[in-house]
Design a protein around this ligand. Structure first.
Ligand code: FES
Length: 286
């Protein structure tokens, strides 16, 4: 079993879809039609991930997450919403959600977001491990960065950006270092790293390939491109090839919808990709 997931939504059809899609991927899925019932389930069971709607009649999703946080401060939470207003997302972000899924749900986006969140949860739960790229020199540089920003409002994101520049990525050991240095909780750091796609917890390859799974790209066969990239590179989304030449990530919109479907390799944007020619695109970078 890849992980335990609790899905909360007041629409049975959404619950059944999530259950079907995630069970087929190897997750154990429990569902709840109400936030109140979900709070009971959360008292009795341990989950790697909570996926919840934010518009529910008896208790809104944001109030629900607040109550969840009081008892389960570290559980990873993804919200689903058909109304992704800036205000809702901002508030949800302050509750340390790790991702949000626009409705109607796309199966590939649901699976990718679940995999990422569950992987993160398991990595954080693993015993403390030094990361081979996190040398004493890198730790010393990070100390200097933290000292520069300490006490300044809004310092977390720039510190993370600089830390990623030094180490190359942001494994849990680096996140804990930053949390200690800025005197904030590890879960706050972790929430920001998980939410923004420009931060990564895993090393990237020499050529980082980002495939867009936003709506405009999705309807133009982005899913076929994902499958082809996985087949050609022999890695999954979020992984890096053994020779560290390529890594594969998905994003929700690259702001180039007119060019859909879009793939970005390093700094180069490739639009109107024909799924059949995906292999040729990768070959350009070999
Ligand atoms: S949806 Fe793919 S670039 Fe916007």
């Amino acid at each position: 079993m890849k992980g335990n997931v609790l899905v909360v939504d007041d629409e049975q059809i959404v619950l059944r879809s999530c259950e079907r899609i995630l069970s087929a991927e190897g997750y154990y899925v429990e569902t709840s039609l109400s936030a109140r019932n979900a709070l009971e389930l959360l008292k009795e069971n341990v989950y790697d991930l909570l996926i919840t709607d934010i518009k529910m009649p008896e208790m809104g999703g944001l109030d629900f997450i607040r109550q969840v946080r009081a008892k389960n401060p570290d559980i990873n939470v993804i919200i689903m919403t058909g109304y992704p207003s800036q205000e809702n997302i901002r508030e949800a972000l302050s509750l340390r959600i790790v991702d949000y899924l626009p409705k109607p749900l796309s199966p590939v986006v649901l699976v990718e977001a679940t995999k990422k969140a569950v992987d993160i949860s398991k990595k954080h739960a693993a015993p403390d491990q030094e990361d081979e790229d996190y040398t004493k020199e890198a730790a010393a540089k990070l100390d200097d960065i933290i000292v520069d920003y300490r006490g300044r409002p809004g310092s977390l994101i720039p510190v993370l950006q600089e830390a990623q520049g030094v180490v190359g990525y942001l494994p849990p050991v680096v996140q804990r270092h930053i949390a200690r240095g800025l005197n904030i909780s590890v879960s706050e750091v972790h929430g920001v790293v998980s939410f923004y796609s420009f931060f990564t917890m895993k090393p990237r390859g020499k050529h980082n390939i980002r495939i867009c799974l936003g709506t405009a790209c999705y309807v133009k066969r982005a899913e076929e491109i994902v499958e082809k990239l996985k087949e050609v590179l022999k890695i999954d989304i979020g992984e890096v090839t053994p020779d560290k030449e390529f890594s594969l990530e998905s994003v929700r919109c690259l702001g180039a919808c007119g060019l859909a479907p879009v793939v970005v390799v390093g700094e180069n944007t490739h639009g109107s990709i024909d799924p059949v020619k995906t292999g040729e695109l990768v070959d350009q970078y070999r």
